[in-house]
Design a protein around this ligand. Structure first.
Ligand SMILES: Nc1nc2c(ncn2[C@@H]2O[C@H](COP(=O)(O)OP(=O)(O)O)[C@@H](O)[C@H]2O)c(=O)[nH]1
Ligand SMILES: [Mg+2]
Length: 319
């Protein structure tokens, strides 16, 4: 499977992503084999509230990148809906124009268990797309504020999509609740009020400056008429140049990988603890806490030691 995936086989890619989603045991082995070949794709996150036109813009971006001869894989991560939810289905229909293009791959991913679990699955899916040799990876995530940043670390360039009247976003930006994105798109400019909204955004982002980083480019688009798309592609390219010239891209990616390792380790610790507790390994210890002979912080440390000690497994206390 890994060999087919590395050769660019989209069916192998689809299967590997499903394995990741379903947490099948072979998934880790596939990732292990393709991981050395990753790190080549340029990754752009397209984020923003529901209904602003993210999917529509991604559709236009795919077409524009294909005109440049670049292959494109997109991942739509929606923590709020199941796979059968209308929004995702709508995405599929809207994007089906690329069905016969071997250099386009489109995938949706909905909630599985925890948000952390979804973020981990999304990160793995991006690695797999990268390994399959796609030049451009576009990740659609939903939300404003902090909730949308689940895969931020795995993304080189963050594009925030808004539409005129989305005043919440301006408040979030001003208050520093939301990190300032690399590019801001005011979509649905055909609806009016887009220029004044963009001006407000310009003020908000210059107030909430972020050190030496340049202010985000602010662009107006019409996703349906596909207007402003070339400018958006240019703004993304400019941000890439900025990252490359400052050697920031590799530093960011290194940070993201470190973070991924830490996240996975935390998840593993959590799972081992829960398994140890489920296996009854903590009962006696907890009884001593109930009897107030062991205080909670000490019990927690003991539990952690037990859960992380492999010979407990050998002793048959943890399955
Ligand atoms: N008037 C107008 N409608 C748009 C524009 N872009 C997208 N839409 C419509 O807005 C709705 C939501 O678009 P969608 O791409 O699904 O938004 P998403 O939830 O952010 O992915 C759809 O009905 C689109 O046809 C635009 O530039 N102008
Ligand atoms: Mg969408």
């Amino acid at each position: 499977l890994a060999a087919s995936l590395l050769a660019g086989d989209k069916r192998a890619l689809a299967r590997a992503i499903s394995m990741v989603e379903d947490r099948l045991s072979g998934a880790e082995q596939v990732i292990a084999e393709i991981f050395p070949a990753t790190g080549r794709a340029a990754v752009t996150g397209i984020t923003g509230p529901p209904g602003v036109g993210k999917s529509t813009l991604i559709h236009a971006l795919i077409r524009a990148y294909r005109e440049q001869g670049r292959s494109v894989a997109t991942l739509c991560v929606d923590p709020s809906s199941s796979v059968n939810h209308g929004a995702l289905l709508g995405d599929r229909v809207r994007m089906s124009g690329f069905h016969n293009d071997a250099d386009v791959y489109i995938r949706s991913m909905a909630t599985r268990g925890t948000l952390g679990g979804l973020a981990a699955a999304a990160r793995s899916a991006l690695l797999l797309m990268d390994g399959a040799g796609f030049d451009e990876l576009l990740v659609e995530t939903v939300g404003v504020g902090q909730s949308e940043l689940t895969v931020k670390g795995a993304v080189d360039t963050v594009v925030l999509v808004l539409m005129p009247g989305a005043g919440d976003a301006i408040q979030f930006l001003k208050a520093g609740v939301m990190e300032i994105p690399d590019v801001i798109v005011v979509n649905k400019r055909d609806r009016g009020g887009a220029e004044s909204f963009a001006a407000e955004l310009r003020r908000a982002t210059s107030v909430a400056s972020r050190g030496s980083a340049p202010l985000p480019a602010i662009l107006l688009t019409d996703g349906i008429a596909e207007e402003g798309i070339a400018e958006l592609i240019d703004a993304i390219a400019d941000h890439r140049t900025y990252l490359r010239d400052g050697a920031l891209r590799d530093a960011r990616r290194a940070d993201a990988l470190s973070e991924a390792v830490l996240d996975l380790a935390l998840e593993e610790v959590r799972e081992r603890l829960l398994r140890a507790i489920a296996a009854g390994g903590a009962e006696e210890l907890l009884e001593t806490v109930h009897a107030r002979r062991t205080h909670p912080a000490r019990a927690a440390r003991l539990l952690l030691d037990h859960a992380l000690t492999p010979n407990l497994v050998q002793a048959g206390r943890v399955p």
